[in-house]
Structure formats: structure tokens, C-alpha cells
Design a protein around this ligand. Structure first.
Ligand SMILES: Nc1nc2c(ncn2[C@@H]2O[C@H](COP(=O)(O)OP(=O)(O)O)[C@@H](O)[C@H]2O)c(=O)[nH]1
Ligand SMILES: [Mg+2]
Length: 613
């Protein structure tokens, strides 16, 4: 449409924060072989601009002041053109169009435009101009044609008038170099108005209604245009436009994927269901985001959406893998930290003792409890815990077997304990452990008349096995009136508990047998208050009792430690443990034996009752 020589002179002013251009650069230059090409530096600068671009082309015949205007524009420090501004203008109702905005910069030296103070509209003036041209150069039809084409091609136009810059003819030929003060003030202000108009009103370049041009897109399109001009390949231009749409859609797709990723990352999920819910929500948002950005292209929106969905599903898998790994690492680290003490104990064989298995289970359960208390362990928390517990199975089994073996061995030893060495006795009783797995504790149940010294016996045992300080823990002399069945348990050691039962007012043979039947074992008899009377002892011996002990309790009023008193009670406890060991070792089928024994005792109780009546 224009003379080719004009194209080489088209200057372009780019206003964008980055990168900065300190002086104008030629955009399209003529190569040695007279072919056009896009200047590489300019192209590089453009490619770096990702913001919307305002493109200003200044065209016109030689020596009409184009360079002057261009310099003015590039030096103008007015408002910068910003995307927001363009958008708000659209909202204000200015119809957006892809056609460039055409600004006539008219040199109207005759000031015909303002006849008697009347300022014509743009259209009126343009018509005047056309008439002018027609009358003045009616033979120059080509010029006239150009004007018509321009009017048709640019639906949006603006007219700006410039008066005579200077009365000095010489100055007119080198307008760029003349200082502003030597120019007509009206011309200077007209040039300022021109710059102001461009900076404030010029819209960002658009390829389509919805497609604002960025610097990089413009550089690409420019290259295609130049190729078309040099090769005359219109199909290439169409391809290029299509490529650009595709490029935009591709970018929108990657932006959607990026949005999906951020949505998925910020959340802490602890189950696969939670993750799936999050995925669905993020997917929907990402697809919606793409729909908003889609530009018309050979490939339809549903086709793009399908492709995007596939990409997002792939992303879902990636994110899931990352979450899995994070969770694995976190949970494994956590277990390692929580297991620190247990690992140390394992290394030092601290569970390889009687009762070690029980201790190990306690420690393990404590680790599990603390693990479960920890929040935000991620999607693999349960799996890691299960793996961890599985990995412990073998060591657990070894600890159990070792414990049983050591305990069995240890139980064989008490026979060697010197019955007169009370520190040895004390140590043995305190450290006694039951074999793991079968029984929890040894219960020593006290039965007897009220006031016969059961509570005092509990106090005595606690005193002897304790820290050497006498305390009335069991309530010596406290009568419960024989009414409430109160059973109070006191721990003598890890394995032994003594139970202070309610006393009863009457204890004959039937009651005694009843008690034995309930206990399932033959009792140990304690004669308190040092009753050694042979009559009492004989009564029990006649009932088949073998273990009879004469004990003088420690009481509130008399608890000075006496070696003999200590020894009697310690030996009593030792004998109980020996009896327990005997039952554990000799009775292979303990339950059957117990059952037979109970039947026997019940029979005895019935017979005794029958004899009385
Ligand atoms: N002399 C002496 N008094 C004792 C003995 N055991 C307990 N007593 C006293 O007997 C009374 C009742 O004892 P207690 O332990 O409360 O009997 P419980 O009802 O069987 O619990 C208290 O005044 C004790 O001081 C002992 O072995 N010798
Ligand atoms: Mg009592």
C-alpha cells in the first residue's frame, strides 16, 4: 500500500518497563541485496517484552517532520501506557477493534481549520482535505486513492493539527536540531499535545478482539510479515497467525497446569481420598482458567480441554508421587527419632533380662502412641507404621524367647539363697519376675479375723522391702465393722502385690475351706503377735497345712527394725516365690491341675460343713 522506501523509515516507539531502550533502533532495515529484514537487536528487545505493546508507526512523505515527532515521542516523559489502563478504557465502553488507530498529523499552515473560531470535527476536516487534494492535485489520482484507502482501512481516526514550526526557512529543513525556544510556541504545544494523545489514548496492539499483543508476539508476527512482503507468501502469514493462536493456547495450557500445581502444593493432605478431592477441585479451576484464555484456533476448545485434562492427570500422578515421598521421608524420620531410646536399649541388650519383653512392649506402644499423636504425617503414615511394626516382629520374638529362657534360669536359683542373709533375700524378692506371657502378677491375699494384724502385716512388708521408713499405709487398727468388703492392694515389687482383705468375725473350718477353694491353692498360715501356742498350730497342721509362720509385726508403736523380725517375713515371701516357681515348673498343664485342686478343696469344705452340723 505504501511506497517501499517509506517502510524503511517507519520508526516504532515501545513503552514498556523492561527492557529499556535508550535510543531508537531501526526495526525493519534494507539489506545489501535490497531485501527487507527485521533488525536483530530490535527483535531481541521485543522478544523480551511480555507486556502488552503499543505500536506507533509514523508514516509520511520525506521531510515532513516524522523524525521530529518520533524524537519528541521517545523523549516524552508523560504517563506510561499500562495494561490496566487499556482494560479500564474498554470497560468505559470504547469499542475495541483490531484495526490500528489512525492519527493524522496535519500541517495546516494556513490555519484553515479554524474559520471564525469554528473547530471542524475530524471527519469534516478530512473531507475538506480530500477536496483540497482533489482540487489542487486533481491529476494526482494516486494520492487521492491512498487517502480513500486509508479512510476505509482505519475506522478509528484522530486529527491533530500542526502550525508552522518556524518562520526561518533554514530551520524548517533541520527541525530536529533547532532548540525548542527558537520554535513557534504554538507548534511546540501542538507537538506536546500529540505526544500526550499517543501516551494516554493509544490502545495496546491487538491481533484479535481478545488477543492483546505482547512484545514477543509482535516480534514473531513482524518477522512473518516481512517474510510475506519479501517472498509474497500469504499462506505463510496465515500459518503464522495460526501458530500464534496455538502458541497462546499452549501458554494458557501451561499456565493452567502451573495453577493446578500451586493449588495442589499448598495443601497438606493425609489420605488418598483427601488428595482426590483436592485434585478434582484444582482440576476444575485449572480447566476454567484455560477456558477464559482460549483463543480461536483450528483446534477447538473441547479438544484443547481434553489434552489439558490428560496433562493434568499426569501432573496428578507426579504430585502424588512427590507427596508419597515426602510423607515416607517424614514418617520414617519421625519413627527414627521416636525409636532413638529403644534402639539404644536394643544395642545395649537392655531387653535381655527377665521381664524384658514386657518392658519392650511398653516402650514400643509408647512409640506408637507418640507417632499417632504427631499431626500432618501425610498420605503414607499408616503404611510406614505397618512396615515399621512388621520390621520389629523378629526382634520382638527374640526378646520374648530370651526373656523366657533367662527367667526360667533365674527361677532355679532361690534355693541357693541364704535364709539368714536378709540383703540377699530382699534383693531376690524385689527383682523376682514372672515368666512372660502367662501370668501378670503374684497376688498375696490376706484373710483373717479383724484385729489379728493383717494391715500391720502389710505395713511390715512394705517397711522391710521399702526405703527403711515405717509408714502406716494400710491403716493399722482401722476397723471396717466387718461389713464392707474392702480389698486394698499394695505393690511389694514389680511382680508381687499384697491384698488386705476385710477381716471376718468368725473363722471356722468351713469358712477356711471356702477361702481355700476360692484361692485355688493351699494357704500360708501366719500366726501374728508371736502366737506359738501349739494348740493353734496343731489345728492348722491337722487341716493339712504345712506353711505356718509365727510373725511379730512391726506396728505404729513398735517399729524399731529387728533382724529376726525382718528375716521371718523375708523368708515367708521367699517361700511363696519358691512355691510359685514350683507350680510354674512342675505343673505342665497348670489349668487342669488347678481345676482338680479346686474340686478337692470344695469337697473338703462340704465334708467339714457336714461334720459340724
Ligand atoms: N503385739 C502385737 N500387736 C500387733 C501385731 N499385729 C498387729 N498388732 C496390733 O493389733 C491391732 C490390730 O491390728 P491390725 O493390723 O489393724 O489388724 P487387722 O484388723 O487384721 O487389719 C493393732 O493395734 C496392732 O498394733 C503383732 O504382731 N504383735
Ligand atoms: Mg485392717
Amino acid at each position: 500500500m505504501f511506497d517501499e522506501t517509506l517502510l524503511s523509515e517507519i520508526p516504532t516507539v515501545i513503552m514498556a518497563p523492561l527492557p529499556r531502550m535508550y535510543h531508537p533502533i531501526c526495526l525493519i532495515e534494507t539489506y545489501v541485496d535490497n531485501k527487507l529484514r527485521v533488525n536483530e537487536d530490535a527483535q531481541m528487545i521485543l522478544a523480551k517484552i511480555s507486556q502488552p505493546l503499543v505500536v506507533v508507526s509514523i508514516v509520511g512523505p520525506c521531510r515532513t517532520g516524522k523524525s521530529y515527532l518520533m524524537n519528541k515521542l521517545s523523549r516524552h516523559r508523560g504517563a506510561s501506557v499500562q495494561e490496566e489502563k487499556t482494560q479500564s478504557k474498554e470497560k468505559a465502553g470504547i469499542p475495541s477493534s483490531i484495526s490500528p488507530f489512525f492519527v493524522w498529523a496535519i500541517r495546516d499552515f494556513t490555519l484553515k481549520s479554524e474559520v471564525k473560531g469554528y473547530k471542524p470535527t475530524t471527519d469534516e476536516h478530512l473531507e475538506n482535505c480530500e477536496e483540497d487534494v482533489a482540487t489542487r492535485y486533481h491529476k494526482a489520482r494516486r494520492q487521492n486513492e491512498i487517502l480513500k484507502l486509508i479512510r476505509r482501512y482505519f475506522p478509528r481516526q484522530k486529527c491533530l493539527f500542526f502550525g508552522l514550526p518556524s518562520s526561518d526557512k533554514q530551520a524548517l529543513s533541520r527541525l530536529d536540531q533547532v532548540p525548542e525556544r527558537d520554535l513557534q510556541t504554538s507548534f511546540v504545544s501542538e507537538a506536546k499535545d500529540f505526544c500526550k494523545f499517543i501516551y494516554e489514548e493509544a490502545p495496546a496492539k491487538r491481533l484479535r478482539e481478545e488477543q492483546i499483543m505482547t512484545g514477543s508476539a509482535f516480534a514473531q508476527l513482524l518477522k512473518s510479515y516481512v517474510d510475506v512482503v519479501t517472498k509474497g507468501d500469504i499462506a505463510h502469514l496465515e500459518r503464522s497467525m495460526s501458530d500464534m493462536s496455538m502458541e497462546d493456547n499452549r501458554r494458557a495450557m501451561s499456565e493452567s497446569v502451573a495453577l493446578y500445581e500451586t493449588k495442589m502444593e499448598v495443601q497438606q493432605v493425609n489420605t488418598e481420598e483427601e488428595f482426590q478431592r483436592l485434585h478434582e477441585k484444582s482440576l476444575e479451576e485449572a480447566l476454567h482458567e484455560f477456558e477464559k484464555k482460549y483463543v480461536e484456533h483450528d483446534m477447538s476448545q473441547p479438544e484443547y480441554l481434553n489434552q489439558l485434562k490428560k496433562d493434568l492427570l499426569r501432573k496428578r500422578e507426579e504430585v502424588w508421587k512427590i507427596l508419597e515421598n515426602l510423607s515416607w521421608n517424614k514418617c520414617e524420620g519421625l519413627i527414627q527419632r521416636l525409636m532413638c531410646d529403644v534402639d539404644q536399649a536394643l544395642r545395649e541388650n537392655k531387653y535381655h533380662i527377665p521381664g524384658g519383653y514386657k518392658r519392650f512392649l511398653k516402650d514400643k506402644n509408647n512409640v506408637i502412641k507418640r507417632y499417632n499423636q504427631e499431626a500432618n504425617k501425610g498420605v503414607k503414615a499408616q503404611e510406614v507404621l505397618k512396615d515399621f511394626l512388621d520390621s520389629l516382629e523378629e526382634i520382638e520374638h527374640i526378646i520374648l524367647k530370651t526373656d523366657q529362657a533367662i527367667s526360667a534360669k533365674k527361677r532355679e536359683q532361690p534355693k541357693d539363697i541364704n535364709p539368714t542373709d536378709y540383703s540377699q533375700l530382699t534383693k531376690y524378692i524385689q527383682s523376682y519376675q514372672l515368666p512372660t506371657g502367662r501370668f501378670d502378677r503374684i497376688l498375696i491375699q490376706l484373710f483373717g479375723f479383724t484385729g489379728h494384724g493383717k494391715s500391720s502385716f502389710v505395713n511390715s512388708c512394705l517397711y522391710i522391702l521399702g526405703n527403711g521408713r515405717f509408714q502406716d499405709k494400710a491403716g493399722e487398727g482401722v476397723s471396717h465393722g466387718g461389713k464392707t468388703m474392702e480389698r486394698k492392694a499394695y505393690e511389694l515389687s514389680d511382680a508381687i502385690t499384697i491384698v488386705d482383705n476385710r477381716g471376718f468375725a468368725k473363722l471356722g473350718a468351713p469358712e477356711a475351706w471356702e477361702i481355700y477353694a476360692q484361692l485355688c491353692v493351699l494357704p500360708f498360715i501366719i500366726l501374728t503377735k508371736c502366737r506359738t501356742e501349739s494348740e493353734l498350730r496343731n489345728t492348722f497342721t491337722r487341716m493339712g497345712m504345712e506353711n505356718i509362720y509365727c510373725i511379730e509385726n512391726y506396728t505404729i508403736s513398735d517399729h524399731l527394725p529387728v533382724k529376726e523380725k525382718h528375716l521371718v517375713i523375708l523368708n515367708f515371701l521367699r517361700d511363696i516365690l519358691l512355691s510359685v516357681n514350683f507350680h510354674l515348673q512342675e505343673c505342665i498343664n497348670f489349668q487342669t491341675q488347678q481345676h482338680e485342686w479346686t474340686s478337692f478343696l470344695k469337697k473338703m469344705a462340704n465334708e467339714s460343713l457336714a461334720n459340724q452340723t
